[in-house]
Design a protein around this ligand. Structure first.
Ligand code: NOJ
Length: 454
């Protein structure tokens, strides 16, 4: 049984990453808290979006999720029991500010106070994400991320969080995967608020790029000794062939997936492409040439990687003229999400970000895998997930040996939760959740982590 195995199976121990390394698990408010109308919280865009027919698998909503709102003490104890030293969670904007801006909900403050204090009691370093995709619905009704007012609303929210929690929380992440919520939410319609509009997407991108820098400045001003970062999703983009049109298609996808938000943050402005997409954005935002305003000197950058993509030229796809060749078609290993398992690409994309030269430090703020877990004799033997973590930690170790400065790794995620449009179908947790009873069962991967971190 894995529980009694001492060897991590990867040739080194966690201590190989140094004594100050942040080993954590990450969760988010909308995916875990539930209690969406408790104690004065207002609805978020996800609560409203999830009610639409057919948008979430099996019609699940975030209304209950893992009930972290009531079970946070046990759940934080689990983080501790699995041997982690850090815990990443996000703040529900609509729990703190039910009107979106304006008056603070004291119950909201108290809840996050309790969560933070519980972390500290258990010797866990809290990492707080300001925005993990759950905009208050009242703000969406006024345009959400498409409205220029979002920057004012976000500054207000950030300031309240910094002032309320900054005495105890020193590690902050401004935005979670801005490419994710702007593209899926405002262009592809697959995530809340479910819009499908290129011009909405471009405006949302512009405002999010401003928000990530302004959030950083607000945290710097109000939190003594803050370590400030923000997170980016990233994927190595591999051209299907070396033909010119495939190379160009891969470069466009790379711009969208990897360069769109980090380059403005580093003071380079928006990246250029060969189809005029960014040009269109500049035209739309003629009066907003805010290169300086989008720049902020982060203490670290959080990378979130799950898979690479293989891309070919496709004339039928408007504007971007590129499409992905799925892992299934390429006959390579993939997870229950259909995402390729490829630790070498993890290594490549980390090095690629490090090559910017202007990043002080990297953390892996999410990495993990969904599989179809099954109980056998009361246990979940998720050997594939263990092997995913093992191979990715080996790749991370190689990056460190090659000189990349990496100060943390957060597994996604503590427990099975509300996986956005996948509902409860995709399970990423180290801990299994029975959503009918809320019973938690540690999977073998959870025990593997415990042994590795011991
Ligand atoms: C990225 C997101 O930040 C997180 O919320 C999501 O659950 C994971 N990836 C897995 O899809």
């Amino acid at each position: 049984m894995i529980q009694h195995q001492n060897d991590s199976g990867i040739g080194f121990k966690a201590s190989a990453f140094g004594p100050d390394f942040h080993w954590g698990v990450a969760i988010s408010a909308a995916q875990n808290e539930g209690a969406v109308l408790s104690d004065g919280r207002s609805l978020s865009i996800w609560d409203v979006f999830a009610r639409r027919r057919g948008v979430i698998k099996r019609g699940v909503t975030p209304a209950q999720a893992c009930d972290f709102y009531r079970r946070y003490k046990e759940d934080i104890m689990l983080v501790k029991a699995l041997g982690f030293n850090s815990f990443r969670f996000s703040i529900s904007w609509s729990r703190l500010l039910p009107d979106g801006s304006g008056k603070v909900n004291e119950h909201g403050i108290r809840f996050y106070d309790d969560v933070i204090n519980e972390c500290l009691l258990n010797g866990l370093t809290p990492f707080v994400t300001l925005y993990h995709w759950d905009l208050p619905q009242v703000l969406q009704q006024q345009g959400g991320w498409v409205s220029p007012l979002i920057n004012k609303w976000f500054r207000h929210f950030a300031k309240i969080c910094a002032k309320a929690f900054g005495d105890r929380v020193k590690h902050w992440l401004v935005l979670n995967e801005p490419v994710g919520f702007t593209s899926l939410g405002y262009m592809l319609g697959k995530h809340a608020p479910g819009k499908q509009n290129l011009s909405f997407f471009l405006r949302a991108v512009h405002h999010a790029a401003i928000a990530q820098a302004e959030g950083g400045r607000i945290l710097r001003k109000h939190v003594d000794g803050a370590r400030i970062g923000t997170t980016f999703s990233c994927s190595e983009v591999i051209p299907a062939t070396l033909q010119q049109n495939d190379l160009a298609a891969a470069a466009r996808i790379d711009l969208l997936l990897n360069r769109l938000f980090v380059e403005p943050l580093l003071g380079k402005g928006f990246p250029e492409d060969d189809k005029g997409l960014m040009d269109k954005m500049n035209r739309e935002n003629l009066s907003w040439k805010y290169t300086d305003r989008m720049q902020f000197n982060m203490d670290f950058i959080g990378l979130q990687n799950y898979f690479p993509v293989v891309v070919k030229h496709n004339a039928f796809i408007p504007i971007i003229q590129a499409s992905e060749i799925s892992p299934k078609r390429r006959q390579v290993p993939f997870t229950a999400m259909g995402w390729e398992v490829n630790p070498t690409s993890f290594q490549n994309i980390i090095k690629r970000f490090w090559k910017y030269g202007a990043i002080k430090e990297l953390m892996i703020t999410e990495n993990g895998a969904a599989y179809k877990d099954r109980f056998t004799g009361g246990q979940i033997n998720d050997a594939e997930r263990i092997s995913y973590f093992q191979s990715h930690l080996q790749a991370l170790n190689r990056c460190m040996k090659d000189g990349v400065r990496i100060s943390g790794y957060f597994a996604w995620t503590l427990m099975d939760n509300f996986e956005w449009a996948e509902g409860h179908e995709a399970r990423f947790g180290l801990v299994h959740v029975d959503f009918k009873t809320q019973l938690r069962t540690i999977k073998d991967s959870g025990y593997w982590w415990r042994d590795f971190l011991r």
